[in-house]
Design a protein around this ligand. Sequence first.
Ligand SMILES: C[S@@+](CC[C@H](N)C(=O)[O-])C[C@H]1O[C@@H](n2cnc3c(N)ncnc32)[C@H](O)[C@@H]1O
Length: 233
Amino acid sequence: MSKADLAKKPAEVAAMFDDVAATYDRTNSLLSFGQDRTWRNAVRETVAPTAGQKILDLAAGTGASSAAFLADGVKVVAGDFSEGMLAVGRKRHPNIEFVFADATKLPFADNEFDTVTISFGLRNVVDVKKALSEMHRVTKPGGQLVICEFSKVSNRFLRPFYNFYLGRLLPALSSIASKTPEAYSYLSESIMAWPNQQELGLQIAKAGYESVQFQNLTCGIVAIHRARKKATK
Ligand SMILES: C[S@@+](CC[C@H](N)C(=O)[O-])C[C@H]1O[C@@H](n2cnc3c(N)ncnc32)[C@H](O)[C@@H]1O
């Protein structure tokens, strides 16, 4: 098992996800105590898929995030750079188009998607700035960006409990629930090192997006950021 440390290299990140692909969805539900479903519903509400829209779900993994956007007349493209995750996704969701795609070098034309979204993926991307710039490039003018990611707990009474969960409980639980617990100690470390809601908002604005907003879920354990690409006149 390869554990990508925080000075991760893209190939190590992809290999780590190849290793966890088969059990990824089930372990996620277990470790989030079923909250993942609530978070995905909230992302779906923010994206608001409507007929005629083309949606890119980036770092889509096994497609659990992408499946939430399926609706009549909506085209969902799921992109990821872990062949292992893509293989599981293709079997699990035959109605979604899975594409090998590195977030830092997207194989799509400029202005191609009405919505570009990424759930629990941006934190794993080695060059976040490059990925945001690529996401901006492929978003249509007037289109939206929706990012769902672990964030910083807003309630100071809850914070020590959550830090205990991340630092101690999650690694212990994952050694029982998963055959690859190293991947989940990486999960804790990467969440702790990730920027807070405001800092991520600034990075999104620097990539060229406008009207950046965020919404906290489960007291800020997760945040959804939404922004628009400037419409052409
Ligand atoms: C935690 S999983 C999230 C999967 C899915 N979006 C979900 O919500 O369940 C993170 C995914 O990010 C992908 N990833 C990390 N860096 C990437 C990159 N540079 N380009 C494309 N995918 C990347 C990994 O391969 C992995 O499948």
